[in-house]
Structures are given as C-alpha cells and as structure tokens.
Design a protein around this ligand. Structure first.
Ligand code: RIB
Ligand code: CA
Length: 314
C-alpha cells in the first residue's frame, strides 16, 4: 500500500534522517515538506528542507514555509545547541538555490487535503503550529485526511526539555492542545518509544556505507547531534526520533499503542505536558470528556533500525 504523506518539519538532524527515509521508502509518496520553526527559525527550516530535496534528487517535492512563532507567547528559544547553528551540525553545506513554494504550510496542507480527500496522512515532526492553523483554515480537515501521526509528547515518561514536556509540544503547547483536541485520534510517537531505542553512532556509518549520498550527509551532519546526546554518558549514543512515525506507516507491526484520553498542559510549570489517561483508569471528566490519542508505548527497535538500514540501502 502506498501512503500519501505531508511531512511537517523543522529540519534538524533527526528530521533529515526521517525525510531521507521517507524518500527512500517505496511505500511512501511525499506530497510536500511543510516547514515550521522549532529546532531552528522557520526561514532556516525552509532552506534546509530545500537542501534535503536537492541532496535526494527530489526537487519535484514542494517545500513551503510555515509559522514562525508559537500560538501564544514569545519567539521560541531554538535548539541550535542540539542541531548546530545551521540545523545540520555546522557542516556548512551549501544552501539550495531554489525558492520555497508560494503557499504557506497551512494553506498547502488544506489544499492537498481537499485535492486528495481521505488519502493523506499528516506526519508532523516539529511543533504543531501549522497543523493548528490548518485546522482553523479548514475545520473539516480531520474528515479530509486519512490520519495524523506525530513525533512528540511523553505519555508515561519524563520530558526532554522540562521534567514533564517533550520539545515539539513544549515549543507550542497551545497549538498542540488545538491539534490533540480536534476530531481525530492522533498517533503520538513520543519519548516513550524514541528515547528507549538508542542508536549506536556506528549506525550513521552504516547509512553512509549503504547510501553514500543521503547516508553520507547524515554521517557528517549527525556528529554534532551525537556529541550533544553523548554528554555525561560513558558511551556515544544518538536518537533519531522523527523517523518513528514514518516507519510505522511502512511496518506498523513494529509498534504497540496505548489508547487513552489526552490533555495538554499550557500553564507555566507544566507547559507542554501530554497527560494521557489510559482508557478506564480515571472517572475524571477532565479526561473522560477529552479526545482520545493512540500513544506508542512499544517498539521492536532492532527490527526498526534494520528497516532504516535496508531502506537507505535501496
Ligand atoms: O524531542 C525531539 C523532537 O524535537 C524532534 O522532532 C527533534 O527534531 C525536535 O524537533
Ligand atoms: Ca523535528
């Protein structure tokens, strides 16, 4: 089965690995890369997405520029300390000479959903402002798409930005509340699975060997990111969070989910917390009357990383 997808992204090192994985997957048709601020400012996200398309020889894929600011609050504190000043590990890769598509990310999402009703899976691997805005532009969006999968959240484990919040949700908690409350069941691939599948840094060396172009780029760009994740650890390690929702489309049998009601915290202390009550675990209407979510809580990560390697090798 071929999955039509739109990847909403803030590329970023793990975004890059995920986007190349999608381009390499015969089961996936990427209709567009819609960019958002998050790891880096949105202008850099857009430029980096164009670069990824150039590297992959996919200049046919539209790249749009989206929201630059959170739904509420000041400009984000970007994650250059994780992804580098350029979002690609400071490897000074020459920027693309192409221009972004004139449509905004939210407009593109709505236009494609109307063009392909019931066929598109939205895959959001950055903060959720574009998805929230698309919902405001087209309130029927949940009925027009096949589904939505995100990398984000931390259902039953600590956060990675605060003790309770994961970066994509923390970066735009109000937008996330709009998205999770909409009339769809989000598939949430959070830290519950992505932080429990650490990658040995040799993984990017294997990607480079299997695919000198895209894997070779990842091998270079990921070194800064690996150094960040390896601080205060005895061994080097890396986490390619963003590829998980895409891998699920290719091999759903690698994942297990817990279904529950979800609430998003927007107060200062708990901003970005994704509080999931598994079905039947509470009688509080604060949860029983909230929208359902499918939170990924298990992954066969050996098979998952073999899938990444085999797909890069194609
Ligand atoms: O918490 C990890 C997420 O935040 C990933 O999407 C990474 O790219 C950053 O955006
Ligand atoms: Ca990301």
């Amino acid at each position: 089965m071929t999955h039509k997808i739109i990847i909403d992204t803030d590329p970023g090192i793990d975004d890059a690995m995920a986007i190349f994985f999608a381009f390499q997957s015969p089961e996936i048709e990427v209709l567009g890369l819609t960019t958002v601020y998050g790891n880096i400012p949105v202008s850099m996200s857009a430029r980096n997405a164009l670069t990824l398309c150039d590297i992959a020889g996919r200049q046919d894929v539209p790249v749009t520029k989206g929201v630059a600011l959170p739904w509420v609050g000041p400009e984000s504190e970007y994650a250059h300390f994780v992804h580098g000043d350029d979002g690609f590990g400071n490897i000074d890769y020459p920027p693309s000479t192409r221009e972004v598509d004139p449509r905004s990310s939210a407009e593109f999402i709505v236009e494609m959903a109307r063009k392909y009703p019931g066929e598109i899976t939205l895959v959001a691997i950055g903060p959720l402002g574009n998805i929230a805005l698309a919902l405001r532009l087209e309130p029927e969006l949940p009925k027009l798409v096949k589904g939505i999968s995100i990398m984000g959240g931390a259902a039953f484990v600590p956060g990675n930005v605060t003790p309770v919040a994961e970066a994509n949700i923390w970066n735009d908690a109000y937008a996330a509340d709009i998205v999770f409350s909409a009339d769809w069941e989000v598939k949430m691939f959070g830290l519950d699975v992505t932080l429990f599948a650490p990658t040995d840094p040799a993984f990017v060396d294997i990607l480079a060997e299997k695919n000198p172009v895209m894997g070779g780029f990842m091998q270079k760009a990921a070194q800064f990111y690996i150094d960040f994740y390896s601080q205060n650890r005895d061994e080097k390690v890396c986490f390619f969070h963003d590829a998980f929702p895409i891998a699920h489309l290719v091999k759903p049998e690698l994942f297990e989910f817990t279904r529950g009601n979800i609430r998003i915290s927007t107060d200062e202390l708990n901003r970005g917390q994704t509080v999931v009550a598994p079905v039947g675990t509470t009688a509080s209407p604060l949860w029983t009357e909230a929208q359902f979510v499918q939170a990924a809580t298990g992954v066969k990560h050996e098979e998952l990383f073999q899938l990444f390697i085999d797909t890069y090798a194609r």
